[in-house]
Design a protein around this ligand. Structure first.
Ligand code: KG4
Ligand code: ZN
Length: 345
């Protein structure tokens, strides 16, 4: 069974060819990241235009790498939401047209569910597990059993990836902030700053806007005290925000230590509550080296199996969409040509 996956929910355009749900024949991702960098965040119009420009080329490239003709595709799975409406429309319209042309079924997939399912390509899905979804737009803990899932908690404000991006912006380090902060944190002192853990009514909910504001105030305080000169800036001792690089590194390390510890603590609590053996993590932030290290170590020491996707499948990609689509297809799901994109799915 050959499944074509299509993912255009935000700034990436991706097509993947998946064989029998467990072998990735190709997974092409074209990112418009460099076009958004001057603006410090994703500009929806630029993202959707990029998807429109790239989709034909990415599709052809996916077939070429997979060494198949389009007539060999049996099923098309496409992201229907959540995401940016303009970008989603490109993928969904393409999937409908191709499905109609080839006379094969197509179906819409939830991008967030697909992030966790990225772990099951070539690996059997556990009967029950706790899912930790950590992406640029969402943060949640869910309980999964026999194909059904219940959300135990989610963020009440910023998503963790969003917090990484905003903190990096405050420190003047560029976009996207996650990978930059992850790298910088390795050179800083994680105990230099202390950030209070926010209290939530639901113990599995998260909040990341307070820590972002705390970083903002600390940065302002340091910048006012330091007052960098032109010479010291030229010597590269200061981040563009005006913050000394040593302080920026310490701030990055302290922010990361707190954010990751909250994610790990709540995920392990949920696993204990539900009596599962497996913890499955997905989303862009699952690439974070500190999260991978701490959750693996703490989880294993308590007897859990902790699964992270391979780094190539942590960000937005169409292989995970194809895999989720195939699962749904086997359960009988089909979409009609009237399928509408759901930006807030
Ligand atoms: O899942 P994703 O690719 O897109 C969404 O569906 O949102 O996640 C993107 C997010 C961005 O906020 C980015 O900064 C973050 O993932 N990210 C990371 C790392 N790599 C990407 N955050 C922390 N550490 C990383 N290594
Ligand atoms: Zn995503």
């Amino acid at each position: 069974m050959i499944t074509l996956g299509i993912e255009t929910s935000c700034d990436e355009t991706s097509c993947a060819v998946l064989k029998d749900g467990d072998t990735i024949l190709s997974n092409i991702v074209s990112s418009s990241l460099f076009r958004h960098q001057p603006f410090g965040g994703v500009v929806p119009e630029i993202a959707s235009r990029h998807c429109l420009e790239q989709i034909d080329f990415v599709f052809e490239e996916a077939l070429k790498q997979a060494k198949i003709k389009k007539s060999k595709i049996d099923l098309i799975a496409v992201t229907e939401g959540p995401g940016l409406i303009g970008s989603l429309l490109v993928g969904v319209s393409f999937a409908k047209a191709l499905g109609y042309e080839l006379g094969i079924p197509f179906l819409g997939v939830n991008h967030l569910e697909a992030h966790l399912v990225a772990n099951f390509i070539g690996k059997k899905e556990p009967a029950k597990y706790i899912g930790l979804l950590v992406s640029g737009g969402h943060t949640s803990i869910s309980y999964h059993e026999k194909g059904k899932s219940v959300e135990l908690g989610s963020t009440v404000d910023d998503a963790v990836g969003e917090a990484y991006d905003k903190v990096a912006k405050i420190l003047g380090l560029g976009y996207p902030g996650g990978p930059i902060l992850d790298k910088m944190a390795k050179e800083g002192n994680p105990s230099a700053y202390f950030f209070t853990k926010p209290k939530q009514k639901n113990r599995f909910d998260f909040s990341f806007s307070g820590i972002k504001t705390a970083v903002l105030y600390e940065t302002r305080r340091h910048c006012e005290e330091a007052k960098p000169t032109k010479q010291s800036r030229d010597r590269d001792c200061f981040a563009p925000s005006g913050l000394a690089m040593t302080v920026a590194r310490d701030m990055a390390a302290s922010f990361q230590k707190s954010a990751v510890s909250w994610l790990v603590e709540k995920t392990l609590d949920a696993a204990a509550l539900k009596g599962v053996q497996h913890i499955v993590v997905g989303g862009g932030v699952s690439a974070n080296s500190h999260l991978r290290e701490v959750l693996m170590r703490e989880g294993r020491s308590r007897g859990y199996e902790v699964w992270f996707p391979p780094l190539s499948l942590t960000g937005d990609n169409a292989a995970m969409i194809a895999r989720r689509g195939l699962d749904l297809y086997r359960k009988g799901k089909r979409s009609r040509l009237t399928l509408a994109c759901q930006p807030n799915l």
